[in-house]
Design a protein around this ligand. Sequence first.
Ligand code: SAM
Length: 229
Amino acid sequence: MKPRALDLFCCAGGATKGLQRAGFHVTGVDIKPQPRYCGDEFHQADALTFPLDGYDFIWASPPCQAYSDMKQMPNAVEHPELIEPVRERLNASGKPWVIENVEGAPLSVHAPMLFTNISGIVLCGTMFGLNTQKWELRRHRLFESNIPMRQPSCAHSERTVIGFYGDHARIRKRRPGSKNRGEDITGRDRKLALVRDLMGIDWMEWSESNQAIPPAYSEFIGRQILENR
Ligand SMILES: C[S@@+](CC[C@H](N)C(=O)[O-])C[C@H]1O[C@@H](n2cnc3c(N)ncnc32)[C@H](O)[C@@H]1O
């Protein structure tokens, strides 16, 4: 029987897909219906109260809006900061866990400290060859866990950097000191083709894929969780 993973805040399942590739049976939980969810089982429920028993590993990707650069926008609305309560629940579960979020979120990114097993890494698309001839996806994300994880090095190249966030697929030409925010790629089909080629995601709508992590990230971590069992 496959080991069972729980993916809290799963959306359409970017993290789920990588965990499946690593060898897990994956159950997703999201507060909203997720008709395109790619996992093995889905529950529409609140991740802060969904029962955690019966799983070998728990993944959580709380919404990042409270921590991302977009919270600085003049029209920004208040978003709940869920990392603390989620970390408390996962720690109390006694199971291996990972919390994922954006740069700027209050997650530990360091080797395990003297009196705790908690550690964290940053993953980047260049660690997994997420590029085309022309473009490169960096999409840095933080991962905190109670299981030690390997930290690969970024392999940033001279390719043009592209980012997917909010409603934008944006070419990032910004250089230190420059006010040029870069150019947007428009058109749903063009954006979805880029998501397919750079993130390896071909089953989501744009509004789902711009929140997702590339499955390569969770596959990398999921394999290490299984090695540590
Ligand atoms: C950043 S997305 C997750 C993306 C996902 N990890 C992926 O790779 O595709 C966050 C999701 O959390 C969901 N969400 C927000 N609050 C929630 C809650 N209290 N319980 C469950 N899901 C929640 C949102 O509906 C959204 O789909």
